[in-house]
Design a protein around this ligand. Structure first.
Ligand code: SF4
Length: 391
């Protein structure tokens, strides 16, 4: 990742995130905020435009470099609906400096006309929710597409002119053998996809997957299987020039996600829509995750977001978490600056245990994870967290 979007140097840079909280059907593992009732789509889009207007002054104070439409499933919108939001953004802020505009898309929404319209609207990157090229996995996860649509969707997008394409793939799925997982990776490579985001299937509370496992309709997820598939992924993609630059993200040189890289570098971002989060360097804000309550609050000009001020501990711990997940790792100089705000003398003792175990590698300037430790990144970061009570 060659981007340097650190907040300290470039606090004027910003990302804009738009949350479209609708999906055709609920995937059984998903706990994002979305609704499968499409009755109120236009009303929520209206509210999103109102929120953009309410934040016009804030938007105008920033130079927006990346725009990301996520969800939910933004590709579910028809062209007029998508155009409404894009036009609203363009009418409120200068988008001439935008270098990356991403649309999350599901294969079952990727028809030739829609793909051409997305290009016309200015989207230059697609993040496609493939998850697996195997029908068995897609059925198990209750995805709305099949293998054929997955492959066709990518090919169509490429034919129509999208060359900056990311696909999501999930590993650790019950019944997914290593051979079948390698086949999924091989298909991604054969399709010449320049970016892959890959996640371990996890059981989130209150999901259908949690119900299925708790009621023994599916086996418990197997961490060892998942870790082995993660290592296979790292090796296979690297052998084909697609390098891991963050724990869950892999790209050919130059195709790293600028929007997400900015998140990990502490760049400010503005989130719009139900459940969207924002960050301004000192505060984190999140909108109501309920479509109707969000809409009512926007209409009444009442409060639709909650804010928390990040304490020096929060800022230190967040940097540990995000830094350890990236290829470059944690910059010692930046960590020292953050620790200067804490009532502790040194962070080094916590690191030495992991360095001695070979899980963290130390250079003169950075700490980063060894390949075998990457699967455990979040746990290792959490073990290094500092808390007021730990002093
Ligand atoms: S399409 Fe995406 S957001 Fe919607 S339910 Fe599936 S995983 Fe969740």
């Amino acid at each position: 990742m060659c981007l340097d979007l650190s907040a300290s140097k470039h606090s004027f840079m910003s990302g804009l995130y738009i949350h479209i909280p609708f999906c055709k059907q609920a995937c059984n593992y998903c706990n994002f905020h979305f609704s499968t009732s499409l009755q109120h789509v236009d009303a929520i889009l209206e509210a999103i435009c109102k929120e953009l207007h309410q934040k016009a002054a804030l938007l105008n104070k920033q130079t927006i470099h990346t725009i990301y439409f996520g969800g939910g499933s933004p590709s579910i919108l028809n062209t007029n609906q998508l155009k409404k939001i894009v036009s609203c953004i363009q009418s409120l802020t200068d988008t001439s400096q935008v270098i990356e505009m991403t649309l999350e898309a599901n294969p079952d929404d990727m028809h030739p006309e829609k793909l051409s319209d997305w290009l016309q609207l200015g989207f230059n990157r697609l993040s496609i929710g493939i998850q697996s090229f195997r029908d068995t996995d897609l059925l198990l996860m209750n995805r709305a597409h099949n293998q054929e649509q997955a492959i066709k969707g990518i090919q169509l997008a490429q034919e129509i002119g999208f060359n900056n394409i990311s696909i999501d793939l999930i590993y650790g799925i019950p019944g997914l053998s290593h051979t079948e997982w390698l086949n999924n990776i091989a298909i991604a490579i054969a399709l010449k996809v320049p970016h892959v985001s890959s996640y371990c299937l996890t059981v989130e509370p209150k999901t259908v997957l949690a119900y299925q496992i708790n009621n023994k309709l599916l086996p418990e997820l197997d961490d060892e299987q998942a870790n082995e598939q993660f290592i296979l992924l790292i090796d296979q993609l690297a052998a084909n020039g697609i390098e891991q630059y963050e724990i869950s993200n892999f790209a050919k040189k130059g195709y790293e996600s600028k929007h997400n890289s900015a998140y990990w570098s502490g760049v400010h971002y503005i989130g719009i829509g139900p459940g969207a989060h924002s960050y301004n360097g000192t505060h984190r804000t999140w909108n109501l995750s309920n479509n109707q309550l969000y809409k009512q609050a926007i209409d009444k000009h009442s409060v639709y977001e909650e804010t928390e001020e990040l304490s020096p501990f929060d800022r230190y711990n967040e940097y540990l978490m995000t830094g350890l997940r990236t290829r470059e790792g944690i910059d010692k100089h930046r960590l020292s600056k953050l620790i200067a705000d804490l009532p502790i003398q040194t962070y080094k003792s916590g690191f030495s245990k992991w360095i001695n175990e070979g899980k963290i590698i130390e250079t003169n300037t950075h700490y980063f994870l060894s390949k075998d430790a990457r699967f455990f990144a979040d746990g290792i970061a959490a073990a290094l967290f500092e808390k007021p009570s730990s002093i």
